[in-house]
Design a protein around this ligand. Structure first.
Ligand code: ATP
Length: 139
C-alpha cells in the first residue's frame, strides 16, 4: 500500500502538537506504520534535504531541524502522499488554508518559513527515499 514519510518538526514537538497531528492523520483514515522520536543528525538532514542544498534557507533549515527532537512517522493508505500534503496545507503557515495543520496550528513566523510544523513526502520516489533514510529497518 502507499506510504508517506511525515515529520513533526521541532516546533510541533516543542509545542505539544504531536498528538494532535497524529490524530488528524488517523481520523483521515490513514494507518500509522511507524512512529519514532528522533534527534536528527547533520548527515540525515543533508540526505533528506539534498534538493535544497545551496539555497539561502538551507543552513537555517538544517539548524532548525536539529533544534530539538523530530517525530518521524510512516503513514499508509490509498492516496496518502498527496492526501497528507492536503492535510498539511501550504508551506507558509500564513498562506495555509484554515482546516489544514499549518493553517489551523501554524503561527505567523514572518520570514521563518522553515518553522511550519510538518513535512510530508511529495512523490512516490521521495517517499521511498525518505522512509529508507528515517526508518532503515522498517519492512
Ligand atoms: P515539506 O517538504 O517540508 O513538506 P514543502 O514541500 O511545502 O514542505 P519545500 O519547498 O520542499 O516545502 O521546502 C522544504 C522546507 O524548507 C519547507 O517545509 C520549509 O520548512 C523550508 N523552506 C522552504 N522554502 C523556504 C523559504 N523560502 N524560507 C525559509 N524556509 C523555507
Amino acid at each position: 500500500a502507499e506510504r508517506t514519510l511525515v515529520l513533526v518538526k521541532p516546533d510541533g514537538v516543542r509545542r505539544g502538537l504531536s498528538g494532535e497531528i497524529l490524530r488528524r492523520i488517523e481520523t483521515k483514515g490513514y494507518t500509522l506504520r511507524a512512529v519514532e522520536l528522533k534527534n536528527a543528525t547533520t548527515e540525515l538532514l543533508a540526505a533528506h534535504y539534498a534538493e535544497h542544498e545551496g539555497k539561502p534557507f538551507y543552513g537555517p533549515l538544517v539548524e532548525f531541524m536539529m533544534s530539538g527532537p523530530v517525530l518521524a512517522v510512516v503513514a499508509e493508505g490509498e492516496g496518502v502522499i498527496p492526501g497528507f500534503r492536503s492535510l498539511a496545507g501550504a508551506t507558509n503557515p500564513t498562506d495555509a488554508a484554515p482546516g489544514t495543520i499549518r493553517g489551523d496550528l501554524g503561527r505567523d513566523w514572518g520570514t521563518k518559513v522553515q518553522q511550519n510544523l510538518v513535512h510530508g513526502s511529495d512523490s512516490m520516489d521521495s517517499a521511498a527515499r525518505e522512509i529508507a533514510l528515517w526508518f532503515p529497518n522498517l519492512r
